[in-house]
Design a protein around this ligand. Structure first.
Ligand code: 5GP
Length: 124
């Protein structure tokens, strides 16, 4: 599978500092920031800094350090939001829309961390 990364996508511009964002967390390889059109009280996007189109691109090509950092960055966000299930916390949902049928709008891998209200069933 050949992946073509468009470096003019909106998240590439955010990473270059060309567009402002509401940063929640930054790590060596990732940035987490609030979604501009939040679908729940907490709606954070976690993105790798590297040029990856979607999840399978990242999983197939990224270094182990990037993959570890991305996974841990998501957990740091759920920790910061205090929504990890257990001890009475309310939980959250991770979403990684990929490609046309996944209705991915921005072609730079991002995981949505959504929380803060009951989220309903996964698909309608
Ligand atoms: P997708 O549909 O690709 O999974 O999600 C893209 C997300 O990016 C949407 O939830 C949308 O609200 C968010 N988004 C689009 N443009 C911007 C932006 O300029 N800043 C921020 N913070 N989020 C954006």
């Amino acid at each position: 599978m050949a992946y073509v990364y468009d470096d003019q996508n909106i998240f590439a511009k955010i990473l270059r500092g060309e567009i402002p964002n509401n940063t929640v967390l930054e790590t060596d390889h990732c940035l987490a920031f609030r979604d501009i059109n939040a679908q729940a009280p907490e709606h954070i996007l976690v993105i790798p800094k590297g040029p990856y189109v979607c999840f399978d691109h990242f999983a197939n090509v990224a270094s182990e350090a990037e993959i570890l950092d991305f996974t841990r960055a998501i957990a740091k966000v759920t920790d910061a939001l205090k929504v990890e299930p257990g001890e009475g916390a309310s939980g959250y949902r991770l979403i990684a829309n990929s490609g046309k049928d996944g209705m991915q709008e921005v072609p730079h891998l991002h995981v949505h961390v959504v929380a803060g209200r009951p989220l309903g069933r996964m698909l309608s």
